[in-house]
Write a protein that binds this ligand. Structure first.
Ligand code: PLP
Length: 416
């Protein structure tokens, strides 16, 4: 485990001097003797301490795929693909079409579009349903005068990212029952929206929701951003009858951070493309996705559908078990594996204790983990609970041992 050096102004200026001395032409002029100066070391990803140079200290991700924590790390193959993509010019339209075709084939969808994230996929999907391929409408939104301007959503499915839908200038119409959903559909209805992670909070099931849309001839969109694994989910929702499905590229798929996926009906995916980059006068031009991300996500999806998911699951379980074992003997501590029912459906460690015996709350333990060396970032949760949750699936090999030892140390030290 390599620990990064903490940033100080002293080591920064020294390092900066050393870094520039190696490459400046003057170094060659000053060298004496016959031998030419040694070439600067190659800038491999391992050799360049990008975060240290900025004074930003990385941490062990014991949380999961949280955007604010930079979510996931790409596999080496994706990193290589992105670097290769960055070295040649291509027509973005040709690349979008080819990558979309490849991904659609891999996941059994009619069509696919690489976006800059799941949020961008929501905006482009909504724009597709409001504007279609009509150039005047594409230029006009978010002014929806004369266009279909309503999206129907279950009240319990309202969430922060619905801003990505509202960006298109539509009005969200809230319903609770199937009867209300059917009654809400009219001439102004552009789309029906479903949030997969809120499946257990609404009265209308996914299957019913997709069916109502099909019967009424209104497109349906499901946000499944954080819902792979399981890998089958890449196919489940289009099969279920949803017109469009949005996934994050930078979460479970382990693609580039600024990538996402819109899957579904060809006419709507084509329209979504026209409502975004590289089309300058479109609502989602602000969500540009570059050649590096398009190639990177395509490679990530190839790797993801091919990988041994059972072996990966067993590895996650072994990591959880190591953490559970490490805290087993500490007074009042109970630990077990849990798998969230929706979103991030992977093995986690859940650790609880009696606050009378160990006078700490989650926020205290989290702070101690953050302040240690190396830094560790646990899964967020209620600050005032005698409980700590640990996500193991975004860890690097060996991280779980460091995390297990550190949690055991913190809890033991406070145990009465
Ligand atoms: C993470 C997330 C998003 C946003 O995904 P990005 O890929 O970061 O744009 C949208 N919806 C849900 C449910 C999410 O979990």
């Amino acid at each position: 485990m390599q620990h990064s050096t903490r940033y100080t102004p002293q080591n920064w200026s020294r390092r900066r001097f050393l870094a520039s001395a190696g490459t400046a032409p003057v170094a060659g002029l000053l060298a004496t003797g016959c031998a030419p100066p040694a070439p600067a070391p190659a800038e491999t990803a391992e050799a360049v301490d990008v975060y240290g140079r900025l004074g930003v200290q990385p941490f062990i991700n014991a949380a999961g795929t949280y955007t604010a924590l930079t979510a996931s790390l790409v596999p080496a193959e994706v990193r290589t693909a992105m670097a290769a993509a960055s070295q040649q010019y291509v027509a973005l339209a040709e690349l979008h079409a080819a990558a979309g075709g490849r991904i659609a084939g891999l996941v059994g969808a009619e069509a696919a579009l690489v976006t800059s994230g799941a949020a961008a996929a929501l905006t482009q999907a909504t724009a597709a349903c409001v504007c279609g391929t009509d150039q005047d409408a594409i230029r006009q939104v978010p002014d929806t005068t004369g266009l279909k301007n309503q999206v129907v959503i279950q009240r319990s499915h309202r969430f922060g990212y619905d801003h990505a839908i509202r960006n298109v200038g539509i009005e969200l119409v809230e319903v609770e029952t199937r009867a209300e959903l059917e009654a809400a559909i009219g001439d102004d209805t552009a789309m029906l929206f479903y949030l997969n992670s809120a499946t257990n909070q609404g009265q209308i099931s996914r299957e019913e929701f997709a069916e109502v849309g099909q019967t009424a001839g209104v497109p349906t969109l499901i946000d499944a951003a954080a819902d792979v694994p399981p890998v089958d989910n890449l196919r489940t929702f289009t099969r279920m009858g949803f017109s469009l499905v949005a996934f994050s590229g930078g979460k479970g798929l382990r693609g580039p951070q600024c990538s996402g996926l819109l899957l579904g009906r060809r006419d709507l995916v084509d329209a979504a493309y026209l409502n975004g980059s590289p089309h300058g006068n479109s609502i989602a031009r602000i969500a540009k996705v570059g050649k590096e991300e398009i190639v990177g996500l395509t490679r990530a999806v190839e790797l993801y559908v091919e990988k041994d998911h059972e072996a990966e699951w067993a590895d996650w379980e072994a990591r959880v078990q190591a953490i559970v074992d490490a805290v087993a003997g500490i007074p009042s501590v109970e630990a077990e594996q849990f798998v969230p029912e929706l979103a991030n459906m992977v093995p986690h460690a859940g650790i609880t204790w009696d606050p009378e015996r160990i006078p700490l709350m989650r926020s205290d333990v989290a702070e101690a983990l953050r302040d240690g060396e190396p830094r560790i970032e646990p899964r967020p949760g209620p600050a005032d609970a005698p409980r700590l949750d640990i996500g193991v699936w975004m860890m690097q090999p060996g991280d779980h041992e460091v995390v297990a030892a550190r949690i055991a140390e913190i809890l033991s030290a406070a145990a009465a």
